[in-house]
Design a protein around this ligand. Sequence first.
Ligand SMILES: [Cu+2]
Length: 258
Amino acid sequence: MYKSTKFKTRALIFITAVGLVGASQSAFAHTRLKTPEINENSARHGSDYNAVVIGHGCHNHVTEKSDTDTIGTVVVFPDGKDSIITVDGAPHTGSLIDFVTNWGNPVTKVQDRSIFAYEGYIKDSLGNKLGFWTGGGSGLTGGFRAVVPFTTAGVIIEPTSCAKSVTFVLGIADICEITNTAGFSDETVQMWTPAVGSIYDGAGLHGFDSPATLKVTRTSSIPASCGAGVDVVVKPSATQLNRDLRINYNGSQVWPAE
Ligand SMILES: [Cu+2]
């Protein structure tokens, strides 16, 4: 009797623990950067090696899990031109150069065809690499994670500014089925974008307004007049996401379908 009760108690503890692990995994399994916080550094000291970690596939209505295969992903950083900037949460009317001296060409893809067979850059009109896409091939099997490697260029915080950190908010879409924008659903795409009014907001979808971020922490001294310093957040504009968060291949748009 005692043993039976003890077993039941242990079983209950075990089940509870599994339940907790399950819950925390789903909370932390969203698509994020492998290293979401780095120190400011000069590009001449080398890039920061990082990766997008695809946490799970799309919603599978048969298994009721997020285990539909992922066939590609698109990743875009704010361009710093028409980006949405806040300082301690308050809108900033100036430009990014008030806080960062050398933003403009933030990303280099680390070539890797182990999961997706094709990859390419997303560039601005000057050729600056603002992001990348990768897709095709065998793809990411449901139930597994993908580590998609890239590097970021050095970020130098403006020495005269009061920024103690600058956080760049990314726009990412993990694609399970190619559709047009009207076909976006939890079954076809996992949208990790800031809700800034773009066609990729994904209202009501799984990752709504839960984007990946890269926080750059200041290591140089802050001017004494700044006090403790301020936290700056930089999001891509709706205009930029509408223009840049897409896959073009051999001169034609693959995703979203037109
Ligand atoms: Cu998730």
